[in-house]
Design a protein around this ligand. Sequence first.
Ligand code: COA
Length: 256
Amino acid sequence: MTQDILTHTEAGVMTVTLNRLERKNSITSAMYGAMADALEQARDDAAVRVVVLQGHETIFSAGNDIGDFLNAPPASGPQAPVFRFLHGMADFPKPLLAAVCGPAVGVGTTLLFHCDLVYAGDNAAFSMPFVNLGLCPEAASSLLVPQMFGYHRAAEALLLGEPFMAEAALEAGLVNRVLPPTEANAYANAQARKLAAKPTTSLVETKRLMKKGQRDLVHQQMDHEAESFGRMLREPAAREAFGAFMDKRKPDFSKL
Ligand code: COA
């Protein structure tokens, strides 16, 4: 079992912590698997009423582990750990909160679109640089980002792939509140405890009703994206981008 994901349950709140600081909390296949398992356990255990996903006050996540992308691109299909995790996030019936400080790259940002409440440190920097990596969006972000941001701001985030900061995320509706980084995790936990004191049946039903119209669309979009993403991972643009990251040089897409 990986130590790169830590889980702790107290007062009805399960906290899932990304704990791979030496690699900037980038997410390996084993970590997706551990988070998918934690979500399943939280879903089925009546003692867990709310889940909080958090990183460190300096970094939320550098996104997918690029070494994994190079050496072990995810198998497609619903049982692949990354897809178990993403579908588990989209379907999670109880309240799901996130506390985000520092960089939140790629899936570190797109997973937030499946959370109910998001609290950010004022050092949070969100980015979805899929195009810069020769890839395309995942986690239904090609559907959910335009919906939340409006098309043109979504195009800025997804085509240019430039980071946007906590205040912009607050204004766009991705974040509920911006706090000092030292306070974000604790604040999210306090909000989670408030939710844990409410009747779970009402929380679950309210969330189900809010998400009902979207559910099938979200899963369909994730599946379409996964098909393209899986193919693009093996194509020259992505191989050049990952090679450049590993070699610490700028990628050269001029011939692609
Ligand atoms: N996969 C694998 N290793 C990663 C990683 C990732 N996504 N992100 C960072 N690392 C590794 C670095 O290679 C580095 O390893 P080294 O110490 O052996 O050189 C270590 O983590 C520290 O990263 P570094 O880039 O030096 O930290 P930083 O504070 O200067 O920058 C980030 C932090 C998150 C801005 C930067 O690491 C980054 O942009 N990472 C890549 C993000 C990315 O493109 N993710 C894929 C999204 S789909």
